[in-house]
Write a protein that binds this ligand. Structure first.
Ligand code: NDP
Length: 502
């Protein structure tokens, strides 16, 4: 086991020697101001265009995972509140939204997209405060992509005839949407934008550790004059999510989260005529061939697993390296890891922020301990962690066997397992040797090899010479235990319409 330490003496020429001892630059703090966010002490549920208390008056606290300090009290929805929200959504669907001409619906989506852009700084800061992700990511990825989804689906709202030529696309009705904590605003946008563009109304349950940007989005809906009841936001625990799943007034369920809860949701929907899409876990292989540009690959590997603290369903958590370049690549990776800065999510120099919750930190810690106990070799760079908050060092495991838990289970943290292969056949076999099938990455100089590999990957998304690229026009979704259905692109619309013959 290797854990690089700050007090390890370094020879002056150690930069780039593959020993993880690259001399880190010292950066002055560059904190983003919290002033732009006006936190309320207490947030209600957003139902029928109004803020209301939970039916039993209960609330819960949401905290900043980087300081463990409370941020706000949030109304804790109940099954009765879910029912109220579903009825509000149904009334809005019947009242007009379902029949409104697409060009009219589009105006609201364009308005929402523009407001998200105008208030982007506020959203980015709040997202980082509530989730722990670095401001650079919330500012440059989450919020711009969320706005882009609204722009994109606004464009489709009056063109459904072109999206599905020869068919008539009708909205399904009320969509129940349950989202996770790793990309709170972005997952909201992935769910709400296509649904309302196609004429559905929605009830959305955010994750309990990250409700705040969804509640700020409710404010945007008001600002955009969205008709009451088209979007309803009800925070609450898992059983309230299940109350939404089972509610007979819901026509479609869309869920992103763990495979375990996805299974329960599929069981909850079984026997009803509700439509269902599930976007679940992953254990992606990022495959590096010996002809790949190694320095570029290192950046892709780092982005693939340390982006958003590795709390990404499509994270490249298994690195498969061709044996002949393994030593060189691992050396470069260790050097690169030494330059990663872990710390305050609101510091613009931070690369890896806080883990979202204590429970998630414990899960990562437990799986990393299992990796060591099973015989893999652990490497972590020297980096000081803040005294408070949920932080975890970027971690690299070598000497990993396919049977190790760290090679099989979704860790959902900044932990990379490195395996090697000799031939493309072996790479394919190892990459597909997982119950998941969400994403994969291929690094090679040869276009023909990319095409050959893509065909053989059992993964919904395959990136070539890049990783973790997202675009609203591109469908995203999984195979096997990573779920079914697609979000994004024209495919994402399909999940929210019933197609009829002309
Ligand atoms: P969950 O799957 O439990 O949470 C996702 C969403 O589902 C949250 O809104 C959650 O609410 C809700 N939920 C929980 N239980 C139920 C239920 N019985 N019925 C309906 N909805 C429910 O993920 P966790 O937060 O517990 O994370 C556990 C693991 O899941 C992680 O360690 C990670 O491996 C994986 N994960 C995968 C994600 C992905 O995108 N693939 C995203 C998040 C987690 P609440 O927050 O109130 O519990």
């Amino acid at each position: 086991m290797t854990v690089a330490r700050r007090d390890t003496p370094r020879p002056p020429n150690s930069w780039g020697m593959g020993d993880g001892q690259a001399i880190p630059w010292e950066y002055a703090p560059a904190p983003e101001s919290r002033e732009v966010v006006k936190l309320r002490e207490r947030y209600g549920l957003f139902i029928g265009g109004r803020w209301v208390s939970a039916s039993d008056g209960e609330t819960f606290q949401t905290i900043d995972p980087s300081t463990e300090e409370p941020l706000a009290e949030v109304a804790r929805g109940t099954a009765a509140d879910m029912d109220r929200a579903v009825r509000a959504a149904r009334a809005a669907f019947r009242r007009r939204w379902g029949d409104l001409p697409g060009r009219e619906r589009a105006k609201y989506l364009f308005r929402i997209a523009r407001i998200l852009q105008e208030r982007s700084r506020e959203f980015a800061v709040l997202e980082s405060m509530d989730s722990g992700k670095p401001i650079r990511e919330s500012r440059d990825v989450d919020v711009p992509l969320a706005a882009a989804h609204f722009w994109y689906y606004a464009g489709w709202a009056d063109k459904l005839d072109y999206a599905f030529p020869g068919r008539v696309a009708r909205p399904l009705g009320v969509a129940g949407q349950i989202i996770p904590w790793n990309f709170p605003l972005l997952m909201l946008a992935w769910k709400i934008a296509p649904a309302v563009a196609a004429g559905n109304t929605v009830v959305l349950k955010p994750a309990s550790t990250t409700p705040l940007t969804a509640l700020l989005f409710a404010d945007v809906c008001q600002q955009a004059d969205l008709p009451p009841g088209v979007v309803n936001i009800v925070p609450g625990p898992g059983d309230v999510g299940m109350a939404l799943v089972r509610n007979p007034g819901v026509d479609k369920i869309a869920f992103t989260g763990s495979t375990e809860i996805g299974r329960r949701i599929a069981a909850g929907v079984a026997g009803s005529d509700k439509a269902l899409t599930l976007e679940l876990g992953g254990k992606a292989a990022n495959i590096v061939f010996d002809d790949a540009p190694l320095d570029q690959a290192v950046e892709g590997i780092v982005n693939g697993i340390y982006f958003n603290q590795g709390e990404v369903c499509c994270a490249g958590s298994r690195l498969l390296v061709q044996e002949s370049v393994a030593e060189a690549l691992i050396g470069k990776l260790k050097d690169r890891l030494a330059t990663i800065r872990v710390g305050d999510p609101l510091d613009k120099n931070t690369d890896v922020g806080a883990i979202n919750s204590r429970a998630q930190l414990e899960k990562i810690t437990e799986l990393v301990a299992a990796g060591v106990a099973e015989g893999a070799e652990l490497y972590q760079p020297a980096c000081d962690l803040p005294d408070r908050g949920y932080f975890f060092r970027p971690t690299l495991f070598t000497n990993v066997a396919q049977s190790h838990r760290i090679a099989r289970e979704e860790i959902f943290g900044p932990v990379l397992s490195v395996l090697t292969f000799r031939t493309p056949e072996e790479a394919v076999e190892k990459a597909n040797n997982t119950p998941y099938g969400l994403s994969a990455g291929i690094w090679t100089d040869k276009g023909s090899r990319i095409l050959a590999m893509v065909r053989r990957m059992k993964a919904g998304v395959v990136w070539a010479n890049t990783f973790n690229r997202f675009d609203p026009t591109s469908p995203f979704g999984g195979y096997k235990e990573s779920g079914y259905g697609r979000e994004g692109g024209r495919h994402g619309l399909h999940a929210y319409v019933r197609l009829e013959d002309r």
